[in-house]
Design a protein around this ligand. Sequence first.
Ligand code: ADP
Length: 786
Amino acid sequence: METLLDNLENSDSSLRSSISIPVIALRGMVMFPNMVLHFDVRREKSVLALENALNGDQNVFVVAQKEIKKDEPSKEDIFQIGIISKVRQIVRQTGGTMRALVEGGQRGKIVSFDFLDPFMRANIQIIPEIIESNPKSIESTALERKAKDMFIEYLNLSPKVSPDVLIAVHAIKNLGQIADFISSNLPLEYEDKQKVLEEIRENERLEMVIKYLAKELDILKMENKLANQLKSSMDQRQKEYLLREQMKVISEELGEEDDPRAEARKYLKKLNALKLSKSNTDKLKEEITRFSKMPYSAGESSILRSYLDFCLNLPWNKLSKENYDILKAEEVLNKGHYGLNDVKEHIIEFLSAKKLSKKSDSHIMCLVGPPGVGKTSIVKSLAKAMGKKYMRISLGGVNDEAEIRGHRKTYMGAMPGRIISAINKAGVRNPIILLDEIDKVSKDYHGDPASALLEVLDSEQNKEFNDHFLDLDFDLSDVFFVCTANDVSQIPAPLFDRMEIINLYSYTYEEKFKICTRYLIPKQLKKNGLNNKTFHIKESSVRLLIDGYTREAGVRELDRKISSLMRKAAKLIVTGKKKRVIIDDKTLEKMLGPRKYKKDDISKEGEVGIVRGLAWTSVGGDTLPIEVSLMKGKGKVQITGSLGDVMKESAQLAVSYIRSNSKKLGIKDDFYKTMDIHIHAPEGAVPKDGPSAGVTMTTALVSALSKTPVKQDVAMTGEITLKGRVLPIGGLREKTMAAYKAGVKTVIIPAGNECDIQKLDDVVKENMKFVTAENLDTVLDNALQH
Ligand code: ADP
């Protein structure tokens, strides 16, 4: 193979004119072109060479010596190829050494020596670089990229290199210079650096550097890995040590010994004192034994410890004293809640039965009604009356059986289910547990929470309720369970069978007024640190609050608004702006903003194709206007708005009824061929009882087809048959209340619901006229303006 020197011998002689310059031999260092080098010079020959250069044209040939150890290198001891450099600075230091700053120029080769003493001076020939003919070739570009990428990776891994280097390498475009720059910044052996220096073909030089770079990268990665391992093992050990020390201190503080066996003995003692059933005792003993054999530091030991702590602290035998003083209970219920006579009565009967039999029948009380009508709060009062602990479990959105029954303790982050957690929190085995919104549990792939609830509520099974986390039988038979729901139809059937349903209804305007003045205001006064002297709200403003700021079946929003008013009043008093706050309509508007709801404007004029229906929804009653439009067409019936599938059936029934009675109704008998019908329910109420819109829809259709206006102060509800009979419906109380609130004067109801009228609210009865309809003729007679 052709050597580099041969190559040089063969190169153009015109380029080989030489210059005579002093030579400095470097030990263990290799200079590169364009490199600035600082080094200390101690050897006399070198000092003289430097001084000589500085006194002349500053040129000096910097070359590496072959062996570091040689103190007095002869001409054979130095390489032939080095760098023709300029001495830029010399600083004399104490002890005879000199610090030199030298700037590298081009590569050069020693051709001959002028003299060797007192310093070396040689004839140096400049070595021309062999430059790639096409610097933009794919190969060159690839080499450049590879080298730069690897070097950048190297810099990122190496903490020692300054970020300036990164910027500098980006700026260099010439392959040979890149190679020189990179190798001058790598910690290579000086022999390897010399090899790089001697390679004058830039492509080859860069390839050579890439190889070195790859090796250096591997070394660096390995170093980093070792360092990390060392660090993490140190960290882990330090952490464990620290934790152990902390544990020791805690144990000492708690008077515990750092010995699982001693702890296990304590657990056993606790277990024996609990006097649990044999199977529970055996199981817990097994766990305690397992615990005692575990090393203190094992992860599982802490899981087992928290399990044992939880189990042994459960109120297995703790019961609060029950108070079945019926009179007192009645008093407490009356004191806390206005009205709700049915509910109170029911509760008292329930308690009386329980008092007599101690264990009542297996039925569970379930309070059903729209939000905010006092379901939760009356149960709280009941707990207070009976001196029982009260716990509430919200079941809204629960779709995982494990929420009720817990996860097995082998499962990561396992926890007991909500029932056992509530018992644990209550600290007694006989609290009142309110299962709130039991109609909102749903089932999915996580299992069926309803079936777990069934076990919880079943007095036959709940003596031995098995929570997965405990994996022990817990007796729930003394828990007083009460459920609440908004919509009975959504309660899972097996649960529904065990329940005694108690209905709570929407409040009338007057009821709300009384609840507000007698209960909510005094309660909020107390809560906000006010009293009758510092806060007063006028009667008219309470009415405005109910009418203009809330639209709800219950009084929750009203309660919130009162609380908000009082907080604002409290602020005025605390900041010294007022001594007494009196709320009239004006201040009310100032504090809460303009009124949100206005009474529906009922137009005096009848309208064609628009009828006010009444809907029952899970959150109370609502009006449900239905509009019908007719267009020339081919008999298509289109339904839009919040109408469900059942409503579509009602629409079909209505069309069929009108077709078979078209003559009597004065409607063209081919309307279903020549017209398209569009039925729309513009407002948001989503009715739960679709069929009850039957009469509304038929009336709207008849009105539109016969172009007869409908009286707008009339509302109606009722299911229809094909023959035009009107069938009874549910939710009359809520529906009529909604009609009353909307300012309706006449309500048409099915004749089958006549018996329900007496159960309606007094205000509603007094203020509205009821028309009972056996068939559609009566409905149309009363609704249409003839
Ligand atoms: P629900 O459980 O039915 O959604 P809450 O029990 O939470 O309703 O009642 C909301 C608020 O209204 C509570 O502050 C409650 O005390 C009050 N409230 C409801 N009904 C009455 C009532 N009849 N008498 C007094 N306060 C009531």
